[in-house]
Design a protein around this ligand. Sequence first.
Ligand code: FE2
Length: 577
Amino acid sequence: MAYFLGLFGYGPNPSAALVRDGALVAFAEEERFNRIKTAPNSLPLGALLYCLKQAGIGIDDVEAIGFGWDCERYVETMPRFYEEFRAKYPSADNGYNALQEDYLLNLYHPTRIRTDLVQALALRGVHLAPERIGFLPHHLCHAASTYYCSGFAEASVLTLDGSGEEFSTFLWHGRGDRLKELRSVRLPHSLGGFYATFTEFLGFKAYQDEGKLMGLAPYGRHSEALQKKLDEVLPWDHAAGEFQTNPYMRYLGPRTHGRRFTDAFVQLFGRPRLAHQPIEDRHRDLAFNVQWRLEQIGAALVRTVVGLTGSRNLCLAGGVAMNCCMNGKLSSLPEVERIFVQPASADNGIALGAAYALAQRAGVSAFEPFGHAYWGPEFSDAQVEAAIRESKLPYERCRDTIAEAARLLAEGKILGWFQGRMEIGARALGNRSILASPLFADMKDRLNLEVKHREDWRPFCPSLPIEDYRRYFGEGIDSDYMILAYPVRAAEQARVPGVVHVDGTARPQTVRREVNPRFHALLNEFGRLTGHPILINTSFNVQGEPIVCTPPDALRCFGGTGLDALVLNDFILRKPR
Ligand SMILES: [Fe+2]
């Protein structure tokens, strides 16, 4: 029996994952422990300690430790890459970029990563020899994070990212326990970078709020004029399926308006929107056309990789694979028969891929399918009750929690729902969720106004038992992870307005009895009361904060928002009317 520990840090969304032989044991994001959204510039210390505790082992019991960024490259390869880059793309204003390069060379220097990790762990009583920390290529980790747990014996694998070392994109062939590189795309060309640029330009947070751009897109219209302008930023060869991104639009040249777009970009697209400014039609149209182009290029890459491998099983990973609208479209391509997108496809999944890649290198050849997303900590009734007592809030222990929760939801109450092991990934999947009935026309507005404080144009997602998928969705492949968007049947759209986006699509979570029996039972009980076994399921947090992890986190969120009731295991807390 051998344990493999994957880690990633200092980028967005650090995490840790522990694999025993080929089976996942624990996997969690650091933000849930340090309570800072996406935990930028952090090491995954809380997540690492949790993984060891979950397995009941010490760090010395771990066979290999891998950090999902190839830091050894930052000693020799990356300085040379930056030099060649400067020679290829001369710019009159390179000072800022030179500072950025220096920053990255220092940030990812292997000595720094090893020393910082060893020192931080020593302060927590965990002693680790620095040489035990190995480094793995970022895109290999992305590819491993989806292929090894997909359950496919063979697959076409695409990793679509902002950047990982000097690469943004890889095409892979997964076969048996091997992942073979087929093609790669080097910086400055980057689909993730392209999308992040427009995310920032539209007044959202790059590398965090890309989903807002995606959610805005269906409100806009296709425009040939905008597509022509996008040719300047992201030219692509339709036939060859190859794309480029123009660095003079993104970061070579004066940037007086933002970090990720130059003044030449502003000349082309006009002034950027600031976060507090209203959203206008020009912003909606831009979002639509950016999303459209991403989907076109994604489809071309899928055709290419399937053509190279001959496998119609598709695995996706990388930050761009969090784009569920693109994923839905790719899954519907004639070249694709089956699709797997692991729910932590962004850099939060790097630790998982690192752990799998270490296991594969050590000779593990059989990997268990991912199965579900509940790989975080859980809390016993005794722990939950102790936390509630400390809060001094009135509570009761339910005799029939499912019936009571379903009754409250059917009445139109908004519920905090906390049970079992915490989900990995950006979506709550029924263990750290805020639940509400989608049958009320005003529920979206109430949720936004009273609890989530999100932009009113953003959609909420539905959860439903897998047995009822076809009732609401005419097409598409069921997904347990809210990672694929599909049209809702026209006849059902008006019945469940709370979960249908402006373009008639939704991003569902299908719930299986054998995976999450309590949540499955709740959906069915709600269906028995209302005729519709489908609920709005949004993450248990308020805007700007990570999803809750512990009972005290849930109690804080309950107290600070307009949640009507909170269900923690079998305990229930209600607010006075
Ligand atoms: Fe990445």
